[in-house]
Design a protein around this ligand. Structure first.
Ligand SMILES: C[S@@+](CC[C@H](N)C(=O)[O-])C[C@H]1O[C@@H](n2cnc3c(N)ncnc32)[C@H](O)[C@@H]1O
Length: 240
């Protein structure tokens, strides 16, 4: 894999970065699920489940799971009886999700900043561990706003920087050294895991993200920190 391109929002070459990210995810698929669970000690599963204690029920509602990867959140949405659409631009991730029966609804290969659905289609849009990989965040948020119905919910699960200084310094060491080492050893793609941990350090602050969400018409944002503040579930609504 080529050297990573550094993360910036609204950068000058979002398409080039997207190609890099697409190739990156295509290349780590064989060990992606295993590493997810190893690197988070299985807690990522709990965080996804916690979403359902916080959101409006999705039973019978049209829902799009953006950046669905191999479908761990899609599978839970399906269990909650959503009418499910799962979108990702990595064909290898989608294939793996279908093989493991996690992508139970319709699977869509597309860029999350160009969602191939009409306005006002979905009751809920979700994205788990995907938003920090999207370089053209403005386009993405505008697109999600377009496809959600007025009053519909947008749910983001993402890794964030913990506020507590001690936890933050331990976490930085974990992200800088341990995660790329273990990720590299198991997947053979050290640069990919170095890049992915780097995006946590450089991604927009959740409160600035809230300002952006409001700029594009989302309201009532709530933040629900998980496990010592290393992840957050952010929920907002499209203004009615
Ligand atoms: C870290 S994985 C998360 C997968 C899954 N949501 C989960 O909970 O495990 C991020 C996924 O986002 C996808 N992705 C990143 N940028 C994307 C974009 N612009 N459009 C569509 N998918 C994208 C990648 O292909 C990858 O499958």
């Amino acid at each position: 894999m080529k050297d990573p391109v550094s993360y910036e929002i609204n950068n000058k070459a979002p398409e080039e970065k997207k190609r890099f990210i697409q190739n990156l995810f295509d290349s780590i698929v064989p060990t992606y699920d295993l590493l997810n669970h190893v690197l988070s000690a299985g807690i990522d599963t709990l965080w996804r489940k916690n979403i359902f204690r916080l959101i409006d029920p999705v039973k019978g509602k049209p829902v799009i799971d953006l950046c669905c990867g191999t479908g761990d959140l899609s599978r839970l949405l399906d269990k909650n009886e959503a009418r499910l659409f799962s979108l990702d631009f990595s064909m290898n991730m989608l294939r793996r999700g279908i093989e493991k029966n996690a992508l139970c609804g319709d699977s869509v290969a597309a860029d999350a900043s160009r969602i191939p659905f009409s306005d006002n289609t979905f009751h809920t849009a979700t994205i788990a561990f995907g938003i920090r990989n999207i370089p053209d965040l403005d386009n993405f948020i505008r697109e999600v706003h377009r496809v959600i119905i007025p009053g519909g919910q947008f749910v983001i699960l993402e890794l964030v920087r913990p506020a507590n200084k001690i936890i933050s310094s331990l976490y930085s060491m974990y992200l800088g050294k341990i995660l790329p080492f273990i990720g590299g050893m198991i997947s053979g793609e050290r640069i990919a895991y170095k890049y992915l941990s780097g995006t946590i350090a450089t991604f927009i602050d959740p409160l600035d993200l809230e300002v952006m969400l409001e700029k594009y018409g989302f309201v009532s944002t709530t933040h629900h920190l998980q496990t010592f503040g290393v992840a957050s579930i952010i929920i907002c609504r499209r203004m009615k």
